[in-house]
Ligand binder design. Structure first.
Ligand SMILES: N[C@@H](CCC[C@H](N)C(=O)O)C(=O)O
Length: 255
C-alpha cells in the first residue's frame, strides 16, 4: 500500500489516499502498528482521505493508539495540503471531518482551516475546559519550557473526571508581547506532541478571556501557528487556525 507522510508544526501523520476505500478502516491494530515509531512508519496519527457526496473529500482520523479520534486541527491542515497535492482541490475546499463541515484555503504554503464555533467554556480555579472539535484542558503558567508535560498531563488526563473519555492537556505561557507558548499532552498519543491544532485553538480562545486579542500568535515546540476569531461574550465564531503543512516523504508498506 502506498502512503505519504505529512507534518504540520511537527504534528505528524501517515496519510492514505483511500478514495477507492481499500484500507481496512476497522483494523485498529494495523493503524496502531503503522503509527508505531519503532515497528511502523511512525506518526501521531493516521488519516484516510475518502470521497464524500456533497464535499470535496472526507477526512477520517485515527490517533496513534489506533482508535478513531475526534477532530485534529493539524491533521485537517495536512489533509487539505494532501488533497491539493492529489489534485482533488485547488486553493479552496469544503470537507467533512469527525466534528462536521470545515472550510479551508491554501496560500503560500500556509493552510488556513475554519474550526467549528465554540459556545461554552468551563472556567475552573486554575484551568479552562472547552471543546474545539476535541476536548481540551488549558492551564496557564510560567516557564512552560521547563514543565514536565508528560507527567503532569498524564495525571490530569487519567484523573477521576477524565479517565474514561480522556482529555488533551495544554500548558500555556502568555508572553509580554501577548503571543503564547504552548505544549500539549495528547489523548490517544498518550504523550507530548510537538503541536496540537485543536489545542492551540482552545488555548487562544481561553487566553482571550484573559485579555489576549485576536489574531493570536502561538509558538509550539514544532513551530508557529496563528489563531483568529470573532468573540461575542463567550460565543466564538469565524475561528481560523493557520500554519504550514508539508509533505515529508512517501513510501510503500505491507499491510
Ligand atoms: N493533534 C490533534 C488533536 C488530535 C485529537 C486528540 N488527540 C484527541 O483524540 O482528542 C490536533 O492537531 O488537533
Amino acid at each position: 500500500m502506498q502512503f505519504h507522510k505529512y507534518q504540520g508544526t511537527g504534528n505528524d501523520f501517515v496519510m492514505i489516499d483511500d478514495r477507492e476505500e481499500k484500507f481496512p478502516a476497522q483494523n485498529y491494530d494495523l493503524v496502531k502498528r503503522l503509527c508505531d515509531r519503532r515497528f511502523g512508519i511512525g506518526a501521531d496519527g493516521l488519516i484516510l482521505l475518502r470521497n464524500k457526496d456533497g464535499y470535496d473529500f472526507e477526512m477520517v482520523y485515527y490517533n496513534a493508539d489506533g482508535r478513531p479520534g475526534s477532530m485534529c486541527g493539524n491533521g485537517g491542515r495536512c489533509t487539505v495540503a494532501f488533497a491539493r497535492f492529489l489534485g482533488v482541490i485547488q486553493n479552496k475546499t469544503h470537507f467533512l471531518a469527525a466534528d462536521g463541515d470545515h472550510e479551508a484555503t491554501v496560500e503560500n504554503g500556509l493552510v488556513s482551516l475554519k474550526m467549528n464555533e465554540v459556545t461554552s467554556i468551563e472556567c475552573g480555579t486554575d484551568f479552562y475546559y472547552l471543546n474545539t472539535g476535541s476536548p481540551h484542558y488549558v492551564t496557564f503558567g510560567q516557564n512552560v519550557a521547563e514543565e514536565n508535560v508528560y507527567e503532569k498531563g498524564r495525571t490530569i488526563r487519567y484523573n477521576e473526571r477524565f479517565k474514561q473519555e480522556g482529555t488533551n492537556v495544554n500548558f500555556a505561557e502568555e508572553r509580554p508581547d501577548k503571543s503564547l507558548y504552548i505544549r500539549t499532552y495528547e489523548r490517544g498519543v498518550e504523550d507530548e506532541t510537538y503541536s496540537c491544532g485543536t489545542g492551540v485553538t482552545a488555548t487562544a480562545i481561553a487566553a482571550s478571556l484573559r485579555g489576549v486579542q485576536s489574531p493570536v500568535t502561538i509558538e509550539t515546540p514544532g513551530g508557529k501557528l496563528e489563531v483568529s476569531f470573532k468573540k461575542q461574550s463567550e460565543h466564538f465564531t469565524d475561528i481560523y487556525l493557520t500554519g504550514p503543512a508539508e509533505q515529508v516523504f512517501k513510501g510503500e508498506v505491507e499491510i
